[in-house]
Design a protein around this ligand. Structure first.
Ligand code: IMP
Length: 439
């Protein structure tokens, strides 16, 4: 809280491998804020928000767009596929949600083009061919190749470039030459067409128009004016390129650590960090997952939790809650409170298990996470077993008492993490939520 202003800026960040339900919490928290800011990732993310009878699946658009008085910012740390973003804008507008003068896009965010998606597919196929276990299982949305161009510099195209034909043309030609060679050497049949891409980019520049601004100054001005910011993390902490289960990660800093670099605001701007966790674990794509359940309970969690990707429709891998992983993520993100999502999915099990430590291949144990895929894949989870709880969940407005077993489960998590659980979610609706005062 900034002294004398009463202003509270909040970060929402996923503490597992994504799909924790961040969209719902952002939506719930939005009314306490003025500006919702995306700072990382791209159309690989999928945030589902249910408002009354309406369900919205958002990928690039900040979830705050569903609240009419909120301004939304896509910061410089995001990689934007304008085709997808314009589709989202059109779809929202056709459902009566105005995005004009409410959505602002950083001129320094990077653009995802067709060749990034081709390269994403080509690299995945290359890694899969004869190299079992090497492909990442990406969303093939071009995320990794777009961030790679950003770091390479010469072939990168930023959103601001869309409005400068000369810069744009030169960069698209460099990128098409370079990536054409790469695609050929990877045995990929498609090639980018520079003329078509240049025309498309100009069209995007015109359509995005005055939404493209210097969002860094915009955000600093907002802070100075006492506006309250809500930072909406995409993907999640254990997929962070520096701190996740490398190399089975995405290509951005998707923990709360990505906020300063991805927005241009100093880290101290963030007053509180709400870490979002599921009551169990899921993962999409490849990579180590110590508590994975390849059995009927895993299947039950998948079906009850509707654990299929919002972006790709892939079935998610499901498993018991891994608190070693969540505690690590909460530590990294400076988490000040927790929202525990999808607790309803665990109702009706005889017993529930929580991983509290790992056994290493040499027989020793540790309660510290191992952010390295090779070493993490060799651990065995050590579980605490808790009795399950019954049965039918019938929340009317989600203000009923939770069963004893569910409360014990939450108490255990809170004690282990040493961070208070302030929100418990038992269904997709806004109303199916227990906030701190009621739990
Ligand atoms: P990429 O981000 O498409 O490069 O994919 C890299 C890895 O991150 C893959 O395992 C994806 O399944 C995973 N991933 C990326 N974004 C999300 C997300 O929002 N939720 C869950 N997994 C994700």
């Amino acid at each position: 809280m900034r002294p004398g202003t009463g202003t509270m800026n909040t970060a929402i960040t996923g503490l597992q491998w994504g799909d924790e339900g961040k969209g719902k919490i952002v939506d719930l928290m939005t009314s306490d804020h003025d500006v919702v800011v995306r700072y990382n990732g791209g159309a690989n993310a999928g945030h589902t928000v249910v408002v009354g009878e309406e369900t919205y699946a958002l990928h690039l658009m900040p979830s705050g767009i569903l609240s009419p008085d909120i301004q939304c910012v896509i910061g410089n740390g995001v990689v934007i596929d304008p085709t997808k973003l314009l589709e989202e804008i059109d779809s929202l507008e056709s459902r009566g949600i105005n995005t004009n003068q409410r959505l602002f896009i950083s001129d320094r965010a990077h653009v995802v083009l067709d060749y990034h998606k081709m390269l994403d597919g080509a690299l995945e196929e290359f890694l899969a061919g004869g190299r079992s276990g090497a492909s990442i299982g990406t969303t093939r949305r071009g995320i990794g190749p777009a961030y790679a161009d950003k770091v390479l510099r010469a072939p990168a195209i930023r959103v601001g470039d869309l409005r400068y034909p000369d810069v744009l043309e030169e960069r698209v030609r460099i990128a098409c030459d370079l990536h054409g060679e790469q695609l050929a050497s990877l045995g990929w049949s498609e090639r980018p067409d520079p003329e078509k891409l240049i025309a498309t980019c100009r069209d995007w520049g015109a359509r995005l128009g005055d939404r493209i601004i210097d969002t860094t100054y915009f955000l600093h001005d907002a802070v100075k004016a006492g506006k309250r910011l809500l930072f909406e993390g995409a993907n999640a902490c254990l997929l962070d390129v520096d701190h996740g289960t490398y190399p089975f990660v995405t290509s951005s800093n998707c923990s709360a650590l990505g906020i300063p670099a991805g927005t241009g605001l100093p880290a101290a701007t963030v007053d509180r960090v709400i870490g979002i966790m599921k009551a169990y674990s899921t993962r999409v794509g490849a990579g180590p997952f110590p508590t994975e359940l390849d059995n009927a309970i895993g299947e039950q969690i998948r079906e009850r939790g509707r654990e299929y990707g919002t972006t790709t429709g892939r079935p998610r891998r499901c498993g018991w809650l891994d608190l070693v992983a969540v505690r690590y993520a909460a530590m990294l993100c400076g988490t000040t409170s927790i929202a525990c999502m999808l607790l309803d999915v665990l109702f009706g099990l005889d017993e529930v298990k929580i991983c509290t430590a790992y056994r290493l291949p040499d027989g020793s144990t540790t309660d510290r996470f191992i952010p390295d895929a090779h070493r993490l894949s060799g651990v065995e989870p050590i579980y605490e077993r808790l009795p399950g709880w019954d049965g039918e969940l019938d929340f009317d407005g989600a203000r009923e008492q939770l069963p004893d077993g569910a409360r014990r489960y939450l108490d255990f998590i809170e004690k282990y993490l040493e961070v208070p659980i302030e929100v418990v979610s038992v269904g997709p609706e806004r109303t199916q939520t227990l906030m701190a005062s009621t739990i």
